[in-house]
Design a protein around this ligand. Structure first.
Ligand code: 5AD
Ligand code: SF4
Length: 480
């Protein structure tokens, strides 16, 4: 090792990280910045002039993967310019494209220095040192036996009022269409004690809301703190609610319907900190397609589950992912999806055209659906989902709700926060409320957000503009 890992940091270097894909990648990007901080790397806003650029990639759909190659093309020019100036830009490709297509990356973009899979981030400092010496690219896409969480630094940059905490990684479900079991590997859960300790640390750094993350988070089965057996997610949520003072809100994502157990439903019933919003992907409403997808549940199973969850927590709002045009999906199957959407009434949802991923069973299946059919179905589904989201947002108007304020709004005197249902809420109010919960009255609904007035300033409510249009960037972020 040629670089100091502890003590006084080396000379200041600039690190630019670009992240695609899921919240897990956002969390991982922050962890990569944490492991590089002791080497003197400080965050940069742009790749121009950076000493190191990390692309943290997503392989879930073809479009996401292709973006990486076009970004690498742009970076090549920056790297050459930097070399002409006598400097060096180290380019690393991390994440699921790196895991799945490491060899193709170095073949198509030989100016890449490091390729690392999601399980090897703790080895990044060592790889940077090796890349300084190596002639070709340094590639690490194994699933190492050591637990990366044991090797990541405890000293992490604060995440702010709302924080993410990875409790589980990987997936053993093998849905027909999905690359995750191949790129993220087998299911792994962190011990409950480590999760509770990290939650305490996050709260000490100012977090009031924590979202537990996992590719399949409710498959969680981490070692119990006393060493006696394992805890499931419901038990973990209960411990966090009871044992972490100052933690006002809890969420978890993403879940699988098959892993919702009694204990988890009870957590929704009993824990006021557990927010009444659940992302529970169903993917399709057709039993035939659900079977082809290897989902392990029917549409009726899903509807029954939603009923049980809503019985436990009547104000629970649901969100889902949908795929249209999975191989074999006929018109009647698609209609069944629309029927399920109507039966549930979603507060929010993500929907995608099926995108064949190399190496997955569905990519090789017969009866691929033509692109124009996928497009038409996606448009129809999204219109319905948009309508449901607008209806849900409208149903909040006039309600008194609690908002956790997270930052300044776009206009002076405005602040923005989150509703219990994850909607951005804009109000007029003092910056001193940022980081705190306060009651508001919802005045108006927008496609992806709400406007409200602080409750104890009710007399000024009339001043707040119900026709106010929220920051379009904020809307984009939520829809992304
Ligand atoms: N094509 C389209 N959508 C996909 N997803 C996962 N794999 C594919 C694919 N091959 C969607 C699923 C999943 C979400 C994260 O991405 O809906 O829940
Ligand atoms: Fe992919 Fe299915 Fe696992 Fe979700 S449950 S990560 S869709 S294989």
């Amino acid at each position: 090792m040629t670089e100091p890992l502890g003590g006084a940091p080396a000379r200041m270097r600039r690190l630019f990280v670009r992240t695609w894909g899921c919240q897990m990648n956002v969390y991982d990007s922050a962890r990569m910045a944490d492991v590089l901080a002791p080497l003197g790397y400080a965050p940069a806003e742009t790749p121009e002039g950076a000493d190191m650029v990390i692309l943290n990639t997503c392989h879930i759909r073809e479009k996401a993967a292709e973006k990486v190659f076009s970004e690498l093309g742009r970076l090549r020019a920056l790297k050459e310019r930097r070399a002409a100036e006598g400097g060096r830009m180290v380019i690393a490709v991390a994440g699921c494209v790196a895991q799945a297509e490491g060899a193709e990356i170095v073949a198509r973009a030989p100016w890449v220095d490091i390729v690392l899979g999601p399980q090897t981030y703790h080895r990044l400092p060592e790889m940077v040192a090796r890349a300084a010496r190596a002639a070709g690219a340094v590639i690490e896409t194994e699933f190492p036996v050591e637990d990366k969480f044991d090797h990541l630094p405890e000293q992490a940059a604060p995440q702010g009022v709302t924080a993410f905490l990875t409790v589980q990684e990987g997936c053993d479900k093998f849905c027909s269409f999905c690359v995750v079991p191949y790129t993220r590997g087998a299911e792994f859960s962190r011990p409950a004690a480590a999760v509770i300790a990290e939650a305490r640390r996050l709260v000490a750094q100012g977090a009031r809301e924590i979202t537990l993350l996992g590719q399949n988070v409710n498959a969680y089965h981490g070692a119990a703190p006393d060493g006696a057996g394992e805890w499931r997610l419901g038990r973990l949520l209960r411990a966090l609610a009871e044992q972490v003072p100052g933690l006002a809100r809890l969420r978890y994502t993403t879940s699988h319907p098959r892993d919702v157990d009694e204990e988890l439903i009870a957590a929704h019933r009993d824990l006021p900190q557990l927010m009444p919003f659940l992302h529970l992907p169903v993917q399709s409403g057709s039993d035939r397609i659900l079977r082809a997808m290897n989902r392990g549940h029917t549409a009726a199973d899903y509807l029954r589950l939603v009923e049980r969850l809503r019985a436990a927590r009547p104000d629970l709002a649901l969100s889902s992912d949908f795929i249209v045009g999975h191989p074999g999906e006929g018109e009647a199957d698609f209609r069944a999806t629309l029927d399920l959407v109507r039966a549930v009434g979603f507060a929010q949802a993500f929907s995608f055209k099926y995108s064949p991923r190399p190496g997955t069973p569905a990519a090789a299946a017969p009866h691929q659906v033509p692109e124009p059919v996928k497009e038409a179905r996606l448009a129809e589904l999204q219109a319905l989902l948009r309508e449901q989201q607008a209806a849900f947002n409208r149903s909040r108007v006039g309600m008194g709700i609690e908002v956790l304020f997270t930052g300044p709004g776009r206009h002076p005197g405005q602040i923005v926060g989150r509703s219990p249902w994850l909607q951005p809420v804009h109000v007029r109010g003092p910056a001193s409320l940022i980081g705190r919960l306060a009651p508001v009255t919802v005045l108006a609904a927008h496609p992806n957000s709400l406007s409200a007035a602080l409750r104890d300033q009710h007399e000024t409510a009339a001043e707040a503009d119900p026709h106010h249009h929220p920051n379009p960037e904020e809307e984009e972020r939520i829809r992304a």
